[in-house]
Write a protein that binds this ligand. Sequence first.
Ligand code: FAD
Length: 517
Amino acid sequence: RPPSLVHCFKLLVLLALARLTMHVPDEDVLSSLGTLPLDGHFSFHDVSAMARDFGNQCSFLPAAVLHPGSVSDIATTVRHVFSLGEGSPLTVAARGHGHSLMGQSQAAQGIVVRMESLRRGARLQVHGGVSPFVDAPGGELWINVLRQTLKHGLAPKSWTDYLHLTVGGTLSNAGVSGQAFRHGPQVSNVNQLEIVTGRGDVVTCSPEDNSDLFYGALGGLGQFGIIIRARIALEPAPKMVRWIRVLYSDFETFTEDQEMLIMAENSFDYIEGFVIINRTGILNNWRASFKPQDPVQASHFKSDGRVLYCLELTKNFNSDDADIMEQEVTVVLSRLRFIQSTLFHTDVTYLEFLDRVHTSELKLRAQGLWEVPHPWLNLLIPRSSIRRFAKEVFGKILKDSNNGPILLYPVNKSKWDNRTSVVIPDEEIFYLVGFLSSAPSLSGHGSIAHAMNLNNQIVEFCEEADIGMKQYLAPYTTQQQWKAHFGARWETFERRKHRYDPLAILAPGQRIFPKAS
Ligand code: FAD
């Protein structure tokens, strides 16, 4: 059974204790870093920016920050830390864009490797042909991967909802969005990786070569190596997408339609959904860069206090096949059972659609609402439990309050490569349910305490009702919790750790393997 999020409440206490017992590397060790032959450099001061993340709830100062100028800088540094042996407390965390929630990309009194520095020296290389691909630096943002590949009329197949995340960061988790039902998560769309292991070895791996490391690193929470470069499969990119939202008032109908769509051969190119609780301005949440073609009709629609479910779909098209797209969309929509007066759509470029959350980010930043705490909770719920889950969570726990979007959409297990390290429920269809809360105030409904209390109730319900839930981007703090999370897959995960990072140097912020010292 998954461990309770009650532990999240205890986390702050544990973190405070960890600070007290933290091993601080001695001066000799730190000055030895300064003598390493590097193309880039270390900073030992002004490191506080590396002690922050999107979650805004954990802050651990590193002892040093590496701004690598080359792959060899990363390998040299890790090799050096490895050579210090078991007695050294030094750890190394690769930091992508720092969009973790609970300090996962931080290294208390360790070394943070700023992967984005490396991306400036490395190039995104697009290769065409029958099976096109791009070689992307691990510290590259997905938005830049998209911009570069679009120049060649190509794009990756599988995305996250937000593109200002790094290639290495999302591949270390899974990378899930509304394309996963067709292409699987991002980790299912990688041909090859180049990795610096916890011994400082630079290894190229793929399904054919060093496959144990390849699959281990995908979804491996940074435990086995630092992803320097990823070879990502591409497909021809459409120019435009039709972006559609329709509303449901009945959860069963909503999810039946979602499931029908993800199983259908030729339905949509992106399928997600979200839950709207007790809101009148229903299109008025932070993911609302969606501007329906009929804004008057949309603004007139009132939820009247009901919980509503929004199905979000897109269909790709180019200007010369717009008519065919129209016909296909009409046919598939006619099979759905949404509230007929709630069909909203708009046509946008592929880039605008994929980068949609950034538009909202800019609006929130302008109001000082982006850099607030984010007590997010992301759950994977098996299909067989989703109704029970919804009844309790949307009917009781979150009856009249939530502080951010709630995503809810199904994906199919057969598209997830079970050789990767990603942990998912054991059922062919499972739902990603993301409670993307913000906590802008110190007390009341907008506070961390309020959001954590709701999160806690949700996780406790999942445990008590034994619904087979797994957490995504899990914030566990003890090895016992991680063992429960991995279940039968723990043995493989632990074996890989001993093989590729035996001194537990890498990604200490995940709190899976404490460094022996
Ligand atoms: P970081 O947070 O910097 O790092 C994440 C972890 O990976 C850390 O443990 C770090 O040490 C390790 N790591 C980083 N780089 C490397 C590397 N090169 N090699 C090895 N390990 C590395 N996720 C989804 O799946 N789908 C979504 O739709 C989605 N939407 C999001 C929207 C927003 C607004 C935000 C903030 C996050 C979203 N995420 C989503 C979560 C995202 O996948 C995680 O935040 C993830 O951590 C990526 O962020 P990052 O690139 O900044 O990595």
